[in-house]
Design a protein around this ligand. Structure first.
Ligand SMILES: Cc1cc2nc3c(=O)[nH]c(=O)nc-3n(C[C@H](O)[C@H](O)[C@H](O)COP(=O)(O)OP(=O)(O)OC[C@H]3O[C@@H](n4cnc5c(N)ncnc54)[C@H](O)[C@@H]3O)c2cc1C
Length: 569
C-alpha cells in the first residue's frame, strides 16, 4: 500500500511563477524579475537538462550580416512558411524584435560562430530567402541554455527543481497558483502566484519516431486545457525531414544549410523534382513529404533516404557540424566525411498549443504561456527551422514582462483549500490502486498508433479509427496501475501522470485533424483534400475541454499585409 504522504499544502507565494525552465521559461523569468516582480520557476528537470539544450542548427533573426536581409523579409518567409495560417501581427512583432534579442543574448555571453570578417555568421535554413540562422556550430540550444541559466543564477532566482507541476489552481476567473508533486521528497506542494506562465515545451512523445526527449509530454497544454483555456491549431505536428535511422535522433537542418543533399536509392537528387528552386532547403513539410513519397514508391533505403555531406569536405564537417558527426559515428558507426547518412521524417515540433495573444496572455486571468507549449501563432501550419528558438526568447521575454506588470497591480489571492483537497483525493485514488494495467503498454500503443494513423499523411479512415483507439486507451487509463508506492523519485507515478496528459492531448488533436478538410502545411490529406482551401479553412482550430471530452471551435487568422498566395519553393 501507499507509503507516501500527500500533504498538499502551500509552501510559498510569488508574484510570478513560471512553470518550465527551458529557454522560454528562463527568458520569461528573467524579464519578469527585471520588471520588478518576485519570480520563481518550477521544473520537473534541472533547467540545463531542458530540451532546448538539444537544439542544434540555429536561431533566426534578420541581422543581414552575410547577405541583404530585413525583418520584413523574415516576416514574409515566416508567413509563407506557415502556409498563411500564422497570425501576421504576431509575426511582424517577432521579426522586428528578434535582432535586438540576439544582440542582448550576445551581450550576456552567447558565443556565436563568426564569419571571416568577425561578424556573427548566418547560415541558410529551409525556406529562408537569405542566410538568417545564427548559430554556435551545431550546439546552438546548448549555448543559449547555459547562458540563460547564468543569467538566472546572477539574479538568484528561486527554482523549485524536480517539481512535477500537475494542476493549475483557479479562484473564480483567475489563476492563483500551481499544485506540483515534489519528485525528490514526495508529497503535493502548492505554490501561490499572482500570475503564472506556462513554458513546458512540446509533446513529441505522442509519436513513436520523434526527436523529442522523454520529458516532452505536453503537460502544460493539458493543465491549461483542464483549467478552461482553449488550445489552438493542435492538428499541426511538424515532421522533420532528417532524423537518424533508426533511432530518430535529429540531424540538423544546418547540414542542408551547409550544402548537404538528399539522395534516393538510385542516387538521384530527388528534390529537383519536388522543389526545383529551393531543393533541400524547401520548407520542412515539403521536404518530409517528398522523402516519404520516395520511400513509399520503393526508392528508399531501408525505409530511409540518404543525406550526403561528403562533398562538403572534412574541414567544413568538422568545424561546422561536429555534433552531427559525433552522433552518426556513435549511433551508426557512420562517418559523414566518407558515407551518406540514412535519414527519414520524424515527429519534431508541435505548432499548436495554448492560445495566447502577442504578450502570452490567455483567456484565464493571470495565466500566460510562452515557447513551444504556446500558440501565439507565429508558425501557423508549418514552422521554419530556426524560428522556434527565436520564439522562446522573444515571446518568453514579452510574456515575462506582461505577467510581471499584471502581477504588480494585483493583490495576492490564497490558493483555495478545496483545490488541494481535490488534488490529494485524485492522487490518492491513483496510488491506492492495487490492480490494473501498467502505463507503458498504453503509452507504446498510443505512440505507435499516432505515428501510423495521424502522421505525415492523413486519411479519413485512419483518423476515424485513431479517434476510437485513443478513446479505448483513455478508458484503459482509468485503471492504470502505479506499482511504486514510494515518495522518492517515483518515476512510475510521474510517467503515469504524463501519460494522462498525452492521452488527452491526442484526443484534442484528432478532432480538428478530421474536421480540417484541406491540406495545409503539416496537415496533408493527399487522397480526399489535397489542396489548401482558404475559403473554408483559413482559420485557427480551437479545442476546449467540456465534460472530459474535446469540443471544437474556430477563430479567424489575422492578416495584415500578405494575402494568401500559392506556396511554391
Ligand atoms: C533535437 C531538436 C533540435 C532542435 N533544433 C532547433 C534549432 O536548431 N532551431 C530552432 O529554432 N528550434 C530547434 N528545435 C526546437 C526548439 O529547440 C524547441 O521548440 C524549444 O527549445 C522549446 O523550448 P521551450 O522552452 O518551450 O521548452 P523546453 O526547452 O522543452 O523546456 C520545457 C521545460 O518545461 C519543464 N516541464 C515540462 N513539463 C513540466 C511539468 N509537468 N512540471 C514541471 N516542469 C515541466 C521541463 O522541465 C523544461 O524545463 C529543436 C528541437 C529538437 C527536439
Amino acid at each position: 500500500m501507499r507509503r507516501v504522504g500527500l500533504n498538499g499544502r502551500v509552501i510559498a507565494e510569488h508574484d510570478v511563477l513560471v512553470v518550465g525552465a527551458g529557454l522560454a521559461g528562463m527568458r520569461a523569468a528573467i524579464a519578469a524579475h527585471d520588471a520588478g516582480a518576485d519570480v520563481a520557476l518550477v521544473s520537473k528537470l534541472h533547467p540545463t537538462r531542458s530540451h532546448s539544450g538539444a537544439a542544434e542548427g540555429g536561431i533566426n533573426a534578420a541581422l543581414g550580416n552575410n547577405a541583404a536581409d530585413s525583418p520584413e523579409s523574415h516576416a514574409f518567409d515566416t508567413v509563407k512558411g506557415s502556409d498563411y495560417l500564422g497570425d501576421q501581427d504576431a509575426i511582424e512583432i517577432f521579426a522586428d524584435e528578434a535582432p535586438g534579442d540576439i544582440y542582448e543574448l550576445e551581450r550576456w555571453g552567447c558565443i556565436f560562430s563568426r564569419d571571416e570578417n568577425g561578424r556573427i555568421a548566418q547560415r541558410p535554413f529551409g525556406a529562408a530567402s537569405s542566410p538568417r540562422a545564427i548559430y554556435s556550430a551545431d550546439i546552438t540550444g546548448h549555448v543559449l541554455l547555459q547562458v540563460c541559466y547564468e543569467q538566472l543564477m546572477k539574479r538568484a532566482l528561486r527554482v523549485y527543481e524536480e517539481f512535477y507541476a500537475w494542476k493549475l489552481v483557479s479562484d473564480g476567473d483567475r489563476c492563483v497558483g500551481v499544485i506540483s508533486w515534489d519528485l525528490l521528497r514526495g508529497g503535493l506542494k502548492s505554490i501561490g502566484a499572482k500570475t503564472v506562465i506556462l513554458a513546458t515545451g512540446g509533446a513529441g512523445r505522442l509519436y513513436a519516431g520523434t526527436t523529442n526527449a522523454y520529458a516532452c509530454t505536453g503537460d502544460g497544454a493539458v493543465m491549461a486545457l483542464h483549467a478552461g483555456v482553449p488550445l489552438k491549431d493542435l492538428e499541426f505536428m511538424q515532421f522533420h525531414p532528417t532524423t537518424l535511422f533508426p533511432s530518430g535522433i535529429l540531424i540538423t537542418e544546418g547540414c542542408r544549410g551547409e550544402g548537404g543533399t538528399l539522395l534516393n536509392a538510385e542516387g538521384e537528387r530527388f528534390m529537383e523534382r519536388y522543389a526545383p528552386q529551393k531543393l533541400e532547403l524547401a520548407s520542412r513539410d515539403v521536404v518530409s513529404r517528398s522523402e516519404q513519397t520516395e520511400i513509399d514508391a520503393g526508392r528508399g533505403v531501408n525505409g530511409s533516404v540518404l543525406l550526403d555531406l561528403r562533398h562538403l569536405g572534412r574541414e567544413r564537417i568538422v568545424s561546422r557540424l561536429p555534433g552531427t558527426r559525433e552522433v552518426t559515428l556513435t549511433f551508426l558507426g557512420i562517418d559523414p566525411i566518407n558515407e551518406p547518412i540514412p535519414v527519414r521524417p520524424g515527429a519534431h515540433y508541435h505548432m499548436g498549443g495554448v492560445d495566447t495573444d502577442v504578450d502570452g496572455r490567455t483567456v484565464l486571468g493571470g495565466l500566460y504561456a510562452a515557447g513551444e507549449v504556446a500558440c501565439v501563432s507565429v508558425h501557423g501550419a508549418n514552422r521554419l527551422g530556426g524560428n522556434s528558438l527565436m520564439e522562446t526568447i522573444t515571446f518568453g521575454r514579452r510574456a515575462g514582462a506582461a505577467a510581471a506588470e499584471e502581477a504588480l497591480g494585483q493583490p495576492a489571492r490564497p490558493v483555495p483549500e478545496g483545490a488541494e483537497r481535490d488534488a490529494e483525493r485524485e492522487l490518492g485514488e491513483l496510488l491506492d490502486r492495487t490492480a490494473g494495467e501498467r502505463p507503458w503498454s498504453i503509452r507504446d500503443e498510443l505512440a505507435r498508433s499516432m505515428h501510423e494513423n495521424f502522421g505525415l499523411f492523413r486519411r479519413e479512415e485512419q483518423m476515424q479509427s485513431q479517434i476510437e483507439i485513443v478513446a479505448g486507451l483513455r478508458e484503459r487509463y482509468r485503471s492504470v496501475l502505479v506499482e511504486d508506492k514510494g515518495s522518492v523519485f517515483n518515476t512510475d507515478l510521474t510517467q503515469a501522470l504524463e501519460l494522462g496528459s498525452l492521452l488527452d492531448l491526442a484526443a484534442c488533436m484528432l478532432e480538428p485533424g478530421l474536421a480540417r478538410e484541406e491540406s495545409r502545411g503539416a496537415h496533408s490529406r493527399p487522397d480526399d483534400f489535397p489542396e489548401r482551401d482558404d475559403e473554408n479553412f483559413l482559420r485557427h482550430s480551437l479545442v476546449t475541454w467540456e465534460n472530459g471530452e474535446p469540443e471544437l471551435g474556430w477563430k479567424p487568422v489575422t492578416v495584415t499585409k500578405w494575402q494568401p498566395a500559392a506556396r511554391t519553393y
